[in-house]
Design a protein around this ligand. Structure first.
Ligand code: PNS
Length: 159
């Protein structure tokens, strides 16, 4: 039986931290589905199609699939035939939100397990929001994102 994990998020845009977690997930999942949320809380910088294309460009692995999802994450997970949700924990500050979300998802779908992974130490400070902010003001994000993402950010913020 193949073990399928869903790695959900906004990915606005994908960072080296996300890429690291996708790679780590493949240590225990046969397939990883990157679930890109259609409805994100704030107005995203990148459109859904752009976010998906950037993930596909940054992660090229036959066991990794990128799909959009709308509505409840657990419905997407069940529909995809997955049994696990992967989320990253970078710092203690992530914990409260992640804990609430994991327990809510468990209430909604008791058979789905949430697995938390820590990124590589040198990637723990990276977040999409910080990447957007640094790029917006012309800072160098080359160590934080795939070159194609860096170029996409430069195009977005070109003056
Ligand atoms: O990268 P993010 O923004 O932290 O990802 C959050 C995301 C998209 C995984 C979360 O908001 C989500 O699962 N949204 C789908 C709606 C849903 O199922 N909400 C209840 C979860 S408790």
């Amino acid at each position: 039986m193949s073990r399928v994990a869903v790695y959900p998020g906004s990915f606005d845009p994908i960072t080296r931290g996300h890429e690291d977690l996708i790679r780590r997930s493949l240590a225990f999942a046969d397939r990883v589905i990157v679930g890109v949320a259609v409805n994100v809380a704030k107005q995203p910088l990148f459109t859904l199609d752009e976010r998906i294309a950037l993930i596909r460009g940054a992660v090229q692995h036959s066991a990794v699939e990128v799909r959009a999802f709308e509505g409840l994450l657990v419905d997407f997970v069940k529909g995809a035939g997955a049994s696990m949700i992967v989320r990253g924990l970078r710092a203690v500050s992530d914990f409260e939100y992640e804990f609430q979300m994991a327990l809510m998802n468990r209430t909604l779908a008791p058979a789905v397990e949430t697995v938390f992974l820590m990124p590589a130490f040198d990637l723990t400070y990276i977040s999409s929001s910080l990447v957007r902010e640094v790029a917006r003001f012309g800072g160098d994000v080359s160590a934080l994102v795939h070159p194609a993402v860096q170029q996409a950010l430069q195009r977005k913020f070109a003056r």
